[in-house]
Design a protein around this ligand. Sequence first.
Ligand code: GLN
Length: 453
Amino acid sequence: TRAYLTAMEQARTLNAYVLETPEVAVARAEESDQRLAKGEAGALEGMPLGVKDLFCTEGVRTTACSRILDGFVPPYESHVTERMRKAGAVMLGKLNNDEFAMGSSNETSCFGAPINPWRRKGSDAQLVAGGSSGGSAAAVAGRICLGATATDTGGSIRQPAAFTGTVGVKPTYGRCSRWGIVAFASSLDQAGPIARDVRDAAIMLGAMAGFDPRDSTSVDREVPDYEAAVGRSVKGLRIGIPREYRVDGMPAEIEALWTRGAEQLKAAGAEIVEISLPHTKYALPAYYIVAPAEASSNLARYDGVRYGLRVPGRDVTEMYENTRAQGFGAEVRRRVMIGAYVLSAGYYDAYYVRAQKVRTLIKRDFETVFADGVDAILTPATPSAAFGVGEMSNASPVEMYLNDVFTVTVNMAGLPGISVPAGLSAEGLPLALQLIGRPFDEETLFATGAVIE
Ligand code: GLN
């Protein structure tokens, strides 16, 4: 723990942590030492880990990297971090993310973007760590924590993991409790780990997952021994390659990475089959209706009365307006406006209801393929490697949203997905593949992911 605390001080230019908590870390490490001395050890005993600033941590400032939560100190702990603590985890601090987890580059954070420790060959230009869990990914890749919590609503665990050469797991919806995690889009949000390798991710998820009656969508199902799945044979597994993911303009090196991944699984005894997920092309547009709709509803609670920031006005209405205008950044305001629009009378059926129907079709595509005996689906994780800080600042929001083209389908269908580093780009940056599994079959993702990493 002390070595990590020193490393964190030396790596502050990464801007991965938005709050370092050395006192908490040292106190927990000492508790851990005492348990170890008594021969008691949880699955994460003494492990120095980082926590995305979207997880409420009792007595420790939690902001979701938004000015509107300025100074908010939760009086309670999220279920996931509470479980990790019981398993012996040591919290080093709170990690940067896009404001309310809305973004793909972590540049919407009120603390500024974390910096990817990787560089393009022959260049020292700073690159983004992806988003929204960019702080978690930068910290794991930068070796200033052993692993980190993250959340994924449309790709926010898997895309930053892909950009930083780390492993990210988005579990099945309901696998981890959302209780105490700042809500973005409640029907899509899931917590999961970002870790150095597949085994670490499996160990971490084992400690994070589990039933919680305080989240009505949390599922009461035993948590398997995920670590035991790492190294398990993939012989005889059927791996689907969805033809709809071969999108126009896919860079040749991503295409080659995908083919090589399939060959590795085949060499390990899996059977590779071509499959079709016909509604894939509607996933991104439908996601960008459903997610803002739920966000606009979830973010209604930030009114200057209950949490954090309050900007006064002549009356209560003006106080709300001033607080929300100054407290929310541009991307969050855009989502709230889109969400309020698609939920409004007259547009609800045309947009929101239509998007929900599309969501059902996307889910059915996967159900059909799994019913045909496919065990897991292999796709690229992202359409490109990490891009430069500020490089997308003049691009339209839609261009940024295209980062999520391979990841959002998984959230729309509630399935588990893993992003695994699979090679380097010509410029020397990490590239990753994604594996998508049946509901609650994270084990197959750990088994197949370990073959590729
Ligand atoms: N990039 C996506 C968005 O901005 C996904 C974010 C996430 O998964 N939290 O909505």
